[in-house]
Write a protein that binds this ligand. Structure first.
Ligand SMILES: C[S@@+](CC[C@H](N)C(=O)[O-])C[C@H]1O[C@@H](n2cnc3c(N)ncnc32)[C@H](O)[C@@H]1O
Ligand code: SF4
Length: 390
């Protein structure tokens, strides 16, 4: 039984427009290495692992029905809002609901109501896009307006054709997701696409970008397939890290301006470098940076969805305040990044070390030898999430 918490609810300071952080239609998770904190704070809540689908690649091992109590979820919105207001200003943080499937969460609209009332946080939802219902689009439209355009929906689609999507998501998903995208487009909701890349869809990435343009997506997040949970059974589909990186970079170089913008979620470090020339990249990812939280249905808190096992928990929102939990980040940082010459993706590295997956350890090390990916040029400065599996 989860314990009820009694932290004081937040009182909202007067709204100061000069504090507003402009959230662009594209989003990259990044932070300054010197400060070990995210530029835009990002809290990812999986209120449940329950889901209407059973995708072959899913990193969850089951779709258990456990649900974080509604009061805890709403209190979390208040607490995170206060933290963001104090440390980042209005809309300087993202409250991101994923799962499981957000549209099966019975109190999803209560969260949205609270966010709309506060007007302090960007609202993000990652969905399988199977709930193409008028009522849902009307609500999303209403919340998008209430949040002054600070709503982003990420839709998962694993290929630009029904055949490629069906490899991981099964028959029928593609058609449903298409109707969902049309609903978002008709209601002027900003949306991104998530696509997990593997050996059987890698040759369709250019077609995928064309598809994204046609449907009006503002960002494409090509994700590295991480074989864990149910997805462990598909490990033979995994591409090497270097191959994936090189294919994406070739696509970026061959793309027009719109295509390059769309890829900002897939090659953030390359795009950052291209846009400012002299910018320096850090040697590490953003795991254990302040402002990054990943919360499971039992309330346990982690700082990277790839290292969400007990020994890496930094606290539990049902027993502690988010602020207190945040203070544990420094200790975790020292635990997972003992030396400064760290890794482009600490989460994946730890995951593979735990399972003694030598093939993947070597594959990930290969990525570190690519200068742009490893950030070995110049002084460390900006850190990214290279995995984007959040
Ligand atoms: C776990 S799902 C939860 C949200 C929602 N049910 C969905 O499918 O979008 C979040 C994202 O993780 C991706 N994902 C799931 N398993 C993965 C894996 N083994 N490796 C990489 N990404 C994965 C999904 O494709 C999806 O884009
Ligand atoms: S990837 Fe998403 S839709 Fe698919 S089973 Fe996992 S949680 Fe459900």
């Amino acid at each position: 039984m989860l314990k009820q918490n009694t932290f004081a609810t937040c009182t909202q300071p007067p709204r100061d427009k000069s504090q507003l952080v402009a959230i662009k239609p594209t989003y990259v998770m990044q932070g300054k290495a010197s400060k070990k904190e995210l530029d835009i704070y990002h809290l990812i809540l999986a209120p449940t692992h329950a889901c209407n689908m059973r995708c072959k690649h899913c990193y969850l091992s089951d779709q258990a029905e456990q649900l974080l109590p509604k009061e805890e979820a709403l209190r979390l919105v208040d607490e995170f809002s206060q933290m963001v207001l104090n440390e980042r200003g209005h809309y300087g943080g993202i409250f991101h609901v994923k799962g499981g499937e957000p549209f099966v969460v019975p109190y999803l609209w209560d969260i949205a109501d609270r966010l709309a009332e506060l007007k302090t946080l960007h609202f993000m939802i990652t969905t399988n896009g199977t709930f193409a219902e008028d009522e849902i689009f009307q609500r999303l439209n209403k919340y998008n307006k209430a949040l002054e355009g600070n709503l982003t929906v990420i839709v998962s689609l694993e290929g630009p054709t029904k055949e490629t999507d069906a490899i991981l998501r099964g028959e029928g998903h593609f058609e449903k997701a298409l109707s969902f995208l049309e609903g978002l487009q008709d209601n002027e909701i900003n949306f991104h696409l998530n696509c997990v890349l593997h050996k059987q869809n890698i040759d369709y990435i250019s077609e995928y970008v064309d598809f994204a343009k046609k449907y009006g997506a503002t960002q494409v997040n090509f994700l590295n397939f991480v074989p864990r949970g149910r997805g462990s059974a598909l490990n033979e589909l995994q591409l090497s890290h270097v191959e994936l990186y090189e294919k994406l970079q070739q696509l970026y170089e061959a793309s027009d301006e719109q295509g390059k913008n769309l890829l900002s979620g897939s090659l953030p470090h390359v795009i950052h470098d291209a846009s400012c020339g002299t910018c320096k990249l850090s040697n590490e990812c953003v795991a254990a940076y302040r402002g990054l939280f990943y919360i499971k249905p039992d309330g346990s808190v982690f700082t990277c969805p790839n290292i969400a096992s007990k020994e890496f928990a930094i606290g539990n929102i049902c027993q502690q305040s988010l602020r207190n939990i945040s203070d544990n980040l420094t200790t975790l940082y020292e635990q997972i990044k003992p030396c400064s010459a760290s890794c482009v993706c600490t989460g994946e590295k730890i995951l593979y070390e735990k399972t003694e997956d030598m093939k993947n350890i070597q594959s990930l090390n290969g990525l570190m030898s690519i200068p742009k990916a490893s950030g070995s040029v110049g002084n460390p400065r900006v850190s990214y999430c290279f995995n984007r599996n959040w």
